[in-house]
Each structure stands twice: as C-alpha cells, then as structure tokens.
Ligand binder design. Sequence first.
Ligand SMILES: CC(C)(COP(=O)(O)OP(=O)(O)OC[C@H]1O[C@@H](n2cnc3c(N)ncnc32)[C@H](O)[C@@H]1OP(=O)(O)O)[C@@H](O)C(=O)NCCC(=O)NCCS
Length: 143
Amino acid sequence: MDFNVKIVKSNSEKELVLSIRKEVFIRGLNIPEHMEIDHNEDLATYVLAYIDNIPVGTARWRETKIGIKLERFAVLSEYRSNGIGQKMTKFILKNLHKSKIIYLYAQKSAIKFYEKLGFKSVGNLFEEVGIKHQKMIYIFDGK
Ligand SMILES: CC(C)(COP(=O)(O)OP(=O)(O)OC[C@H]1O[C@@H](n2cnc3c(N)ncnc32)[C@H](O)[C@@H]1OP(=O)(O)O)[C@@H](O)C(=O)NCCC(=O)NCCS
C-alpha cells in the first residue's frame, strides 16, 4: 500500500477535501452543512491523505488569536484504523512552528486518538454542534 500526504494547492484538490468532509461529517455524523462548511474555509490550510492515489483523509489548520488550531480530521470509514489519521497528524505537526500554541477541539470519541499523538486535555468537556468536545493542546516532545 502506497501512502502519501500532501498540502492542498488546487481547487480540484479542495473539492476532494469537501467530498470527504461531506461523507464523514455531514452524512456520517449528521453535522448540518452550514456548520461544517464555515466562514474559515478560505483562511485554513488543508491536507489530503492518499492510499494508492485514492484520496481517503483530510484535515486542516488555521491561525487563531491564541495559536494554531487543527480541525476537520476525517478519514473515510472503510480506510480507518490503518494509521492514516496518525500519519496525517504527524505530517501537519512537522509543518507547524512549535513556538505557537497548537491546539484542537477533539470530539469525545477521538480523545484517545489525539492523546497517542502527544495532545493533552485542558479544561472540561463542552458541547459543539450537539457533540461533546474536549480542548487539547499539543505538548512538543522536542523531536
Ligand atoms: C478520528 C479519525 C480521524 C482517526 O483516523 P484513523 O485513520 O482511523 O486513525 P489511526 O488508524 O491513525 O489511529 C491511530 C491510533 O489511534 C487509535 N484511534 C483511532 N481512532 C480512535 C477512536 N475513535 N477511539 C480510540 N482510539 C482511536 C487507533 O486505535 C490507533 O491506535 P494504535 O496506534 O495504538 O493502533 C477517524 O476515526 C475519523 O475520521 N473519525 C470520524 C471523524 C472524527 O471523529 N474526526 C475527529 C474530530 S475531532
């Protein structure tokens, strides 16, 4: 299996990002389209993960007032548990300046996934789009 992660540069790649997000978040998790496709679309940087040239995963990051926020992690259900989410996250972390706070709002079900990648929970669970979330901060291990 040939695995690859790329930063999205073209409109056609952005269309692939949207089709994965529609499948995973809008159809899969019943998140309303107007909440999933938000006002940060053009401000964020996106990645696409490919297996054998098939686009199977995506995520994005963007600068906020407090640091860099990672979001919209999605792997098509039939390709999960193959390490794609992990490889995609490591690729993103390598591309970010560690001098800034790197954080995310994890869905409760994904907290363990992010813990394995070096994120630590801060504060209490809160609700967003009807789903329990946890703020998590990346603790850089110096590598
Ligand atoms: C969360 C998600 C992106 C993970 O992608 P993935 O490709 O399946 O993850 P990986 O295969 O890289 O898993 C890495 C590790 O995290 C663990 N893990 C992954 N998802 C997990 C989950 N939901 N709960 C607990 N552990 C999880 C895996 O078991 C694996 O552990 P290991 O290294 O000990 O084997 C994917 O499940 C997904 O798209 N979920 C639906 C959308 C979602 O919830 N996005 C996150 C929003 S915050």
